[in-house]
Design a protein around this ligand. Structure first.
Ligand code: BG6
Length: 472
């Protein structure tokens, strides 16, 4: 049986991690530009330690990133060579609205994405566009405090209207917010939130989340109105949460953690705040303020499909356990899985489990829009890169994904690995944490030619796509 003929194989990248060129094309400054690499990064991502301008002595990795801004033709050609059917990319909000609240968009920014989409078309690659991938104009943070302010909904919809109209002949697959649940873990990155002294941070996060949820529903409505062919998805950081043991208390903790994540998708897909969230948020005094009509908006405009990133499963315990890393979420160390060089669990079967759980819960088509291994690649003396560890990680995950499709019957639209070309890490800002099939000669200290080189995994993935996942 295998994957459906029209299965969308490809890869995913985000503007702030690849484009660079942050002072070019009339672009304005965004939150993501102000996340330095090094020890202060974590504090800033989490909304503590506000800096809304570049500080001397700090290194800002997004400023140049991998300079996709100037290399996009060559980069997309390489994706075409791998046989990509889909390329997930995000729009830098401040290329279109440099400040965020202007009436008119910046033509130069719009043209940049026109050119990208035209390039994709040349190679038969369908774009899948994330409207906001950890992206919020700095001006809107200064003036309104980011997503804590309800007026953000209007600015975001202004962006959506421009995108849906301008690109209606070029794009029909959209995601409203990347990893919307990340707002709870990295609120500056997820929603431009900088906390003020003494305020209830949890309340601010859920208020901002509510605004994003309403914005997401209204964006879905708008997308359908402007082009009925548009399909809109939500996107969350997934990964099933395992109980550390079969102790009922551990199982209960795991359930609570799952609900914390599913809350967002429950609202975006089912169209209402689930009972568990209503009660718990109210009890903790952090239920967000709603306006009349919000509930109706959420109800009337659910997403068409569910997308998610999967890097690893998580593990929780009601007691104290040794902890492990993992995509900005900490988790108890699971003794039954291996770990990456960055301490993230490697759990291919967890992907099958997650696919089943998400499908059971929502019964909507799904899209895996991120999955990959961050590792340090050391080129051989002749420049070749043999990244067998990456091939192994991807092979095992794709095998489990295949079983979920073939044997469990989940409905899956496609798979975009993170990330086809090496880029800047969102969590650490490092360049040496590489995910690509394509190596970029840029080193941690900024040296290097920026030359692109095909890794061993490039040819492997090319074959995977060519055989529609039969040859792994
Ligand atoms: C996801 C993000 O959280 O994980 C990406 O959507 C990010 O932007 C990816 O790059 C991998 O995380 P990291 O920290 O290794 O870059």
């Amino acid at each position: 049986m295998g994957f459906p003929e029209n299965f969308l194989w490809g890869g995913a990248m985000a503007a702030n991690q690849c484009e660079g060129g942050i002072f070019e094309g009339g672009r304005g400054l965004a939150n993501v530009d102000l996340c330095p690499s090094g020890s202060r990064r974590q504090e800033i991502l989490r909304g503590h330690g506000k800096i809304l301008q570049m500080e001397p002595g700090c290194h800002y990795p997004s400023a140049e990133a991998i300079d996709f801004y100037h290399h996009f033709r060559e980069d997309i050609r390489l994706l075409g060579e791998m046989g990509f059917r889909v390329f997930r990319l995000s729009i830098a909000w401040t290329r279109i609205f440099p400040k965020g609240d202007e009436e008119k968009p910046n033509e130069e920014g719009l043209r940049f994405y026109d050119e990208i989409f035209e390039e994709c078309k040349k190679y038969g690659i369908q774009p899948l566009v994330t409207i906001s991938h950890f992206d919020c104009p700095v001006y809107l943070i200064e003036k309104y405090g980011g997503w804590r302010d309800r007026r953000m909904i209007d600015f975001y919809l202004r962006l959506c209207r421009v995108l849906f109209t301008r690109y209606q002949d070029k794009v029909t697959l959209w995601l409203t917010f990347n990893e919307i649940n990340m707002i709870l873990h990295a609120p500056f990155m997820g929603a431009g939130l900088c906390f003020r002294e003494g305020e209830n941070e949890e309340l601010v996060k859920y208020q901002a989340a509510h605004h994003e949820l309403v914005a997401s529903a209204l964006a879905t409505k708008l997308a359908h109105e402007i082009n009925p062919k548009n399909q809109v998805g939500c996107m969350f950081a997934a990964g099933s949460v395992y109980p550390f043991s079969c102790r009922p208390e551990d199982v209960w903790e795991a359930l609570l953690k799952e609900q914390e994540n599913y809350f967002f998708v429950d609202v975006q897909s089912r169209g209402y705040y689930p009972a568990y969230a209503k009660i718990r948020l109210q009890k903790r005094g952090i239920f967000p303020q709603m306006q009349t009509g919000d509930e109706e908006i959420l109800k009337k405009y659910p997403v068409d499909f569910i997308s998610f990133s999967y890097y690893n499963s998580r593990c929780v315990s009601a007691g104290t356990q040794e902890m492990a890393e993992g995509n900005l979420f900490q988790s108890a160390k699971n003794p039954f899985v291996n770990y990456s060089d960055w301490g993230w669990p490697i759990d291919p079967l967890g992907l099958r489990i997650t696919l089943n759980q998400v499908y059971d819960r929502y019964q909507k088509p799904m899209f895996i829009v991120e999955n990959g291994l961050g590792a340090e690649d050391i080129p051989e003396a002749d420049g070749k890169i043999f990244d067998d560890y990456r091939i192994e990680y991807l092979r095992e995950h794709i095998q489990e994904m295949k079983k979920a499709v073939e044997e469990d019957g989940v409905e899956l639209m496609g798979y975009t690995s993170w990330a086809p070309i090496d880029l800047i890490s969102a969590g650490t800002g490092e360049m040496k944490k590489r995910y690509g099939f394509i190596y970029v000669d840029k080193q941690e200290d900024g040296s290097g030619t920026r030359k692109r080189t095909r890794k061993k995994s490039f040819y492997w993935y090319q074959k995977v796509i060519e055989t529609n996942g039969e040859e792994l």
